[in-house]
Design a protein around this ligand. Structure first.
Ligand SMILES: Cc1cc2nc3c(=O)[nH]c(=O)nc-3n(C[C@H](O)[C@H](O)[C@H](O)COP(=O)(O)O)c2cc1C
Length: 205
């Protein structure tokens, strides 16, 4: 819980009330997603359910400005890949803003959605592109995820060692039955890597 100052404009009849503060709840983690068809959005709320809505604020990147990013030192960013290795449309519109955000001191976990069989030469490329931008801007990234159990040819979302993705890989097109378990395990992982002391609710959704 943080106290945020209220900006009061116009004529002040009672200056003594100028320091009024109100309580606004800002969670420790800000989860920002972009989604064309709802899969990445759905995963956002599944993550929030596992970590608790008092700990995670969910925001659609299509509705925010850079300012909302300033509220959080811990971030989860969700991005699907579209049209043969392209960034999802809302993230694309926001791309110049992302490139201007100072991520120094921020810890970021990424998750990406893609289709490993349909687009095996571009699997989760957008997650890799987002990772590159935020690293350039000073972010510390966590939540890397093994490539074991996926079948694809090429991806820009691989770590330097090539045996991990730079974030959680979700494929609701081909492996939807694995999503709940992957989310349970990844949420446990990022709680530890964020250094948070909170309980993860395991779900079978
Ligand atoms: C026309 C089309 C192009 C796609 N291109 C890619 C791609 O290049 N790489 C990939 O990994 N997935 C690709 N996908 C799969 C989507 O990323 C996947 O369906 C994802 O879950 C969509 O997320 P959203 O519902 O949040 O928009 C594509 C899907 C469609 C229908």
């Amino acid at each position: 819980m943080r106290l945020l100052p209220v900006a009061i404009t116009g004529k002040i009849r009672r200056p003594e009330i100028m320091n009024i503060q109100f309580e606004a709840h800002v969670a420790e983690i800000g989860l920002f997603f972009g989604s064309d068809e709802g899969n990445t959005e759905g995963v956002a709320y599944k993550i929030q359910e596992r970590l608790g809505d008092e700990h995670v604020d969910v925001l659609d990147v299509g509705d925010v400005t850079q300012l909302e990013f300033a509220d959080y030192d811990k971030l989860i960013l969700g991005i699907p890949t579209w049209d043969f290795g392209q960034i999802q449309s809302d993230w694309e519109d926001f791309w110049d803003d992302v490139s201007e955000i100072d991520f120094t001191g921020k810890t970021v976990a990424l998750y990406g959605l893609g289709d490993q069989f349909g687009y095996g030469d571009y699997f989760l490329d957008a997650m890799g592109m987002l990772h590159d931008v935020i690293i350039e801007r000073g972010a510390k990234t966590i939540g890397f995820w093994s490539v074991e159990g996926y079948d694809f040819d090429v991806s820009k979302a691989l770590s330097a060692s090539g045996d991990q993705f730079v974030g959680l890989a979700i494929d609701d097109d081909q492996q939807e039955d694995l999503t709940a378990d992957r989310l349970n395990r990844w949420c446990h992982q990022i709680v530890v890597e964020f250094g948070l002391d909170l309980d993860v609710t395991e779900l079978d959704d």
